[in-house]
Structure formats: structure tokens, C-alpha cells
Design a protein around this ligand. Sequence first.
Ligand SMILES: *[C@@H]1O[C@H](CO)[C@@H](O)[C@H](O)[C@H]1NC(C)=O
Ligand SMILES: *[C@@H]1O[C@H](CO)[C@@H](O)[C@H](O)[C@H]1NC(C)=O
Ligand SMILES: *[C@@H]1O[C@H](CO)[C@@H](O)[C@H](O)[C@H]1NC(C)=O
Ligand SMILES: *[C@@H]1O[C@H](CO)[C@@H](O)[C@H](O)[C@H]1NC(C)=O
Ligand SMILES: *[C@@H]1O[C@H](CO)[C@@H](O)[C@H](O)[C@H]1NC(C)=O
Ligand SMILES: *[C@@H]1O[C@H](CO)[C@@H](O)[C@H](O)[C@H]1NC(C)=O
Ligand SMILES: *[C@@H]1O[C@H](CO)[C@@H](O)[C@H](O)[C@H]1NC(C)=O
Ligand SMILES: *[C@@H]1O[C@H](CO)[C@@H](O)[C@H](O)[C@H]1NC(C)=O
Ligand SMILES: *[C@@H]1O[C@H](CO)[C@@H](O)[C@H](O)[C@H]1NC(C)=O
Ligand SMILES: *[C@@H]1O[C@H](CO)[C@@H](O)[C@H](O)[C@H]1NC(C)=O
Ligand SMILES: *[C@@H]1O[C@H](CO)[C@@H](O)[C@H](O)[C@H]1NC(C)=O
Ligand SMILES: *[C@@H]1O[C@H](CO)[C@@H](O)[C@H](O)[C@H]1NC(C)=O
Length: 308
Amino acid sequence: MVGKSVLALTALAGASTALAQLSLFGLTLSQGCETALLGAFTSSNISQCLPVSTLIPAFTSSAPLIPALDSFMSDVCYTTPCSNATLQAATATIAAGCSSSLSNVTGSSSTNNSDSLVMDVLQVYPVIREVLCLKTSNPYGTNNTADFLGPAPIPITSYNSTNGTFCVTSVLTQLSAYFGTNLTLPFIESISTHMNTTASGLYSGISSTFLCNDCIFAGVDVVERAYPSVGMTPVQEVAGVFNMSSSSTMTLNGLLNSTCAYENLATTTNGTLPANITVSIINSTFPYNLTTARTSTNSSMAKRIFGL
Ligand SMILES: *[C@@H]1O[C@H](CO)[C@@H](O)[C@H](O)[C@H]1NC(C)=O
Ligand SMILES: *[C@@H]1O[C@H](CO)[C@@H](O)[C@H](O)[C@H]1NC(C)=O
Ligand SMILES: *[C@@H]1O[C@H](CO)[C@@H](O)[C@H](O)[C@H]1NC(C)=O
Ligand SMILES: *[C@@H]1O[C@H](CO)[C@@H](O)[C@H](O)[C@H]1NC(C)=O
Ligand SMILES: *[C@@H]1O[C@H](CO)[C@@H](O)[C@H](O)[C@H]1NC(C)=O
Ligand SMILES: *[C@@H]1O[C@H](CO)[C@@H](O)[C@H](O)[C@H]1NC(C)=O
Ligand SMILES: *[C@@H]1O[C@H](CO)[C@@H](O)[C@H](O)[C@H]1NC(C)=O
Ligand SMILES: *[C@@H]1O[C@H](CO)[C@@H](O)[C@H](O)[C@H]1NC(C)=O
Ligand SMILES: *[C@@H]1O[C@H](CO)[C@@H](O)[C@H](O)[C@H]1NC(C)=O
Ligand SMILES: *[C@@H]1O[C@H](CO)[C@@H](O)[C@H](O)[C@H]1NC(C)=O
Ligand SMILES: *[C@@H]1O[C@H](CO)[C@@H](O)[C@H](O)[C@H]1NC(C)=O
Ligand SMILES: *[C@@H]1O[C@H](CO)[C@@H](O)[C@H](O)[C@H]1NC(C)=O
């Protein structure tokens, strides 16, 4: 169920980024599917609550991605959320046009996939919106003492800072500082294709303590409030993602807790977010209350993430 939701979401997120770049996800889209995606995302109802057009320029060129994402989140978080009817119509359009492409992803060719896909999108959308709208009062790039990787090419101060900085923006800005370059789609492709050996080397040097970031834990906490079973997933199933030995018997929560115990970070399932993290959102449809912990994590350590 969760796995399928994630796939549904990946399909949606993939669609929302750029049709031309979907080969990154190993997908080949039929003409009918591309038409359906374009139609769904440019329909006036969906484009008002999910203004993907903000993202398209960056995801189809070599422009930096973070400013586009920050602006996308500023739109998504502070405008009226998508209604179920809007999401349902868009998903049905995509499901109809993309049935063959989607069955390649989900490994199922069942034709009643469409109904369950719609249901998955309706349930997952509020979770994703909530995660995208997480903000931190202590983003990367504001504290010379803690931000030892040095400044990123684009300063954090150029982004939306009302009631904090988006967590996605903060984490990606830290990555940008680590790689010492703007994050662009061609740059990311050059890592995955090993065309830039300097960048590939830096990428392999990222240690699992990368996860020990209060923004990342906040994202996990939101997901686990809605889907507590996610934390019980054996890391073996996602080992590739974390570059871990596939013989590990740990669960995701076990991995996160033990890797990040040195900074007092531990996952929650009761909606308690790490200190300094809030959700900055208008008219949330996330069906659970979230609160911010009062005890502070060591925020300087929470940033000390790479290869150490
Ligand atoms: C868009 O939303 C309006 C108002 O909710 C609705 O009347 C209309 O049918 C929707 N259009 C589409 C194409 O879904
Ligand atoms: C949020 O919800 C309230 C109450 O339903 C409504 O009055 C307000 O217009 C909504 N704001 C946005 C931006 O949709
Ligand atoms: C939207 O659909 C989901 C899944 O069926 C449901 O849980 C949620 O309550 C619906 N939201 C609204 C506002 O009707
Ligand atoms: C982080 O949270 C702690 C505890 O709430 C607070 O004392 C501290 O000032 C916060 N740090 C920042 C940078 O806001
Ligand atoms: C900056 O980082 C230092 C430790 O490196 C920490 O003690 C201090 O609270 C941080 N200041 C802010 C405003 O976050
Ligand atoms: C920044 O976020 C606020 C809400 O916190 C929003 O009202 C504002 O429009 C955003 N600013 C920009 C430049 O997007
Ligand atoms: C910022 O935070 C304050 C205090 O929590 C709140 O009243 C205000 O609505 C928030 N602004 C936005 C745009 O979310
Ligand atoms: C290759 O990667 C390095 C390290 O991240 C980066 O500084 C450099 O700009 C990259 N080269 C190209 C052509 O993207
Ligand atoms: C990063 O992007 C910004 C904004 O497009 C640009 O001004 C800057 O020169 C770029 N920096 C590098 C190192 O490419
Ligand atoms: C992770 O830490 C939290 C908070 O201490 C605890 O509730 C949970 O049981 C831990 N989970 C694992 C698998 O260690
Ligand atoms: C939520 O769970 C955490 C541990 O996982 C615990 O420390 C905290 O007290 C709980 N908060 C509430 C309000 O129950
Ligand atoms: C969230 O908190 C409000 C006020 O504390 C409460 O009325 C409401 O029932 C809570 N909702 C959930 C889903 O726990």
C-alpha cells in the first residue's frame, strides 16, 4: 500500500517535473501519456493548486533548481489546496492516458489500477504538501559557526523567509554548498551517469549521517504520523537508497535512531516535530495535528553531515 502510494507519487512528481526528463526515472512515455500529463497539469483547476509551470523552466534547462522549487513551494503552501475533485479528475486523466506506462512502473497491468491510483493520490497529496511546507528557523547558510561547508552559490537569504525557510530549500542549499556548485538538472545527470568524476566522488563520500538533519527527521515524522508502518520497513528493502549493506536487519526507524543518536534525533509517530521546525501552510488538509518539540536538538551538530 505504502509502496504503491510512493510509486503513484513518484509518477506524479515525475510528471510534474518535466516530461522531457522522465527518462531519468527509467520511464519511457507513450505519446498518449505525454498528452494526458500535459493536459492534466495545464488544466486551470490543477494549475491553480499545483502550479507546475513554475518548475518546468528549471527542469528543462540548466537553470538552478532550488529557486524554482522555493517559488513552487511558496505557491503550493500559501494558496488554496487542491480539492479531491480536482485531484481525482487529474489523476483519472493521467491514468487513462498512461495505463501502459504506469503498468511498467507498478508491475501490474490490471485495468482497475486507475481507481486505486486515484485513492492513493487523494491520500498521499496532503502528506506531500505538509512535507513540502515544513520550515526551519535555522536553515543552512545563516550560521557561520555551524555551516562549516561554507556558503552555497545562491545565498539562503534570497529565498522565502516568512516564518522560516523551507526545509527542502535548506537541505538542498547545504548539498549545493557541499558540491560547490548550483544544483541543475544537467549537473545531477552528470552524477548519475558518472560523467563528472569529481562530483561522483563527492557523492560517494556522503555518509549515512547525512540523514541526521532536523529537517529530514521532520519529513520522516510527518510521513510516519500518517503511515506509522513506514518506520518498520526493513532497510534491506531500501538499502540501495542509503548505500547500505543489504544484509542489515534494521528497520528504517532503527537505522535513523541509531545513526543519529549522537545528536539526540529520534523519529516520532505522534506528530511531534524537532525543535525549530514548523509547518507553514494555508488550509492544511493533513488529517492529524502536528506540534514542535520544545527541547532543542543540537542544531550545529544537526548540520554536520557529510563524510565525517
Ligand atoms: C474546475 O472546478 C470547477 C469548480 O469547482 C468545476 O465546476 C469544473 O467542473 C472543474 N473543471 C474541470 C475540468 O474539472
Ligand atoms: C482557507 O479556508 C478558509 C475557511 O474555509 C477560507 O475562508 C479561506 O479563503 C481559505 N484560504 C485560502 C487561501 O484558500
Ligand atoms: C479526500 O479523499 C480522501 C481519500 O478518500 C479522504 O480521506 C479525505 O477525507 C477527502 N477530503 C475531503 C476534504 O473530502
Ligand atoms: C531552536 O529552538 C530552540 C528551542 O526552542 C531555541 O532556543 C533556539 O533559539 C532555536 N534556534 C533558532 C535558530 O531559532
Ligand atoms: C550557531 O551555531 C552555534 C554552534 O555552532 C550554536 O551554538 C548557535 O546556537 C547557532 N546560532 C543560531 C542562531 O542558530
Ligand atoms: C513567502 O511566503 C509567504 C507566506 O509565508 C507568502 O505570503 C509570500 O507570498 C511568499 N513570498 C514569495 C516571494 O513568494
Ligand atoms: C507566521 O506565523 C505567525 C505566528 O505563528 C502566524 O500568525 C502567521 O499567520 C504566519 N504567517 C504565515 C504567512 O504563515
Ligand atoms: C563537476 O563537479 C564539481 C564538484 O561538484 C563542480 O564543482 C563542477 O562545476 C562540475 N562540473 C561541471 C561541468 O558541472
Ligand atoms: C548559480 O546560479 C545563480 C543564479 O542563476 C548565478 O547567478 C550564479 O552565477 C551561479 N553560480 C555558479 C557557481 O554557477
Ligand atoms: C526511535 O526512537 C523513538 C523515540 O525515542 C522511539 O519511540 C522508537 O521506538 C525508536 N524506534 C526504534 C526502532 O528504535
Ligand atoms: C511523542 O513521542 C515522543 C517519542 O517518540 C515523546 O518523547 C513525546 O513526549 C510524545 N509527545 C506527545 C505529545 O505524546
Ligand atoms: C487537533 O487539535 C485541535 C485543538 O487542539 C483539536 O480540537 C482537534 O480535535 C485535533 N485534531 C486531531 C485530528 O487530533
